[in-house]
Design a protein around this ligand. Sequence first.
Ligand SMILES: [Zn+2]
Length: 569
Amino acid sequence: MNNKWPRVLLPIAGMLAWLVASCGLPASTTAATSGSSNTAAISPIVGGPGPTSASTPPADPYKLTILHTSENHGHWTPVEVSKVSEGGIARRATLVRELRAETPNTLLLDSGDISQGTLYFTQYKGAEGRDFYNLLGYDAVVTGNHDFDLGPKSLADNLLTGAKFSMVAANMDFSREPELAGKIQPAVIKTVGGERIGIFGLVTEETAITSSPGPNVKVMDPTQAARDAVAKLSAQGVNKIVLLSHLGFPADRELASEVPGIDVIVSGHTETLMGDPAKIDASLGRPSLPYPVSVNGSSGGPTLIVHAFTWGRLLGRLGLIFNAAGEIVKWEGEPIFINSKISDDPVVAQKLADLAKPLDELKKQVIGQTLVDLDGRRSTVRNQESNLGNMVADATLWATTRDKTQIALVNGGGMRASIPAGDVSIAQVMEALPYGNRLVQIDLTGADVIAALENGVSMIETDAEKSAGRFLQVGGLKFIADLSQPVGSRIAEVQVGTAVSGYVPIDKGATYRVVTLDFMYGGGDGYTMLKNGQNTRGGDVPEEQAVIEYIKSHSPVSPQVEGRIALAR
Ligand SMILES: [Zn+2]
């Protein structure tokens, strides 16, 4: 079995050596993995928390290992990225079991957004997440914004009923929501190896806008809620406190410097990649932050922030040693890559196989009708306005209505198949939009909207088949481009739709709420100007899901080519 484990055994062996060598010693090996030089609130810790612990080593240091995941988003089966098979709940189960066997005093935690994002959620509504997390023995999770997507009753019925793990959220008031009152606690105390660990949760305030918690759930200020939770746990004699956060890494970093008494923040929501660039597999990208990020609070030990990226492709593993005062005196750890070198846990694999069977039927399910052929031909979507493109753009606007989006920009290259008039199945939509791109909402200036449109028409070829995928399909605006002009000065006119005055000329200095795709927001297809966007939200609703829901609620659809894009060739 060991020969299957080259990537995993190393960290386990390293961990064991560290545990054996480290008892009672001041931290000396931690500097390499702590801190960041570009923010004043964060400074590397060299040599542990200070002379006190060095001169008077704690009598009985307590060791705890935190295993953690984030942003699973329904990815129970492995995903293939750059031809590498990554993630998979059955592999995760094996890895967790092995790590538990090697290191006592272990907590398994998740920072929310467990199920939404794949057909498993469409079919099982989060109940599958509950079953998998029960099988793996998760100790606690925080409610992610998307765990509310089907409303409080569905969250209660599917993810919570029968859950053997705790769900925590300290900045949400459920007292007026009968479906959830008493089922989600602000904080819980878990006893691990004879020591009590306080675990509380925080959820992004965006939840009310980006999900469906309903009118009865109140979302409160996370900083005040954190202060209250720490105070309550401390009053109960708990001096080791873990925050499960679905606020996102930047907010976590601020919180860590503002609220004393938090030892570890298991972060989520921002899909942040942390780790040693030399060790992180290239298919995951390049981490810009160390694992963990250490923030020096105003008192006591550091606050360590960890985030395990996304889709269960990494399992975070943070080893800690606490002194008698409950301060972290030493830490060690790294995210472990979950790939095909880790074998499937047979029980979890069987459960997954059972749950996967009905999905093939689901894909055949008819979600509505189209009265017209939806044109997804390459020569159309990359060269001119397409009625499929219009419908996709309109669906992204519709799916983000609550965020008051005005303009949709989606790349034609993401559309890969046509759908003929007649019944439309889920499988057909997935074939037309196969990339799993996610909706991202940003505030963008008129000037940057025009720059995006310029980029969209910058690589149109005479041979339509050779045109680039960056060509935009749009919603909420119409534009004229003169392709005889040089690249960068082709957009001749842009008009933005308004509810009151119809189409009006775009104002370069004004700000518009734009919905686009994560691929483009990340600079893909040359859309670097989207990085200028402010008030970024979303990043987790798949484009194809928005279209599926749009067809369901608008059927029969009959999108037309209606003059949104006029090209002078
Ligand atoms: Zn989220």
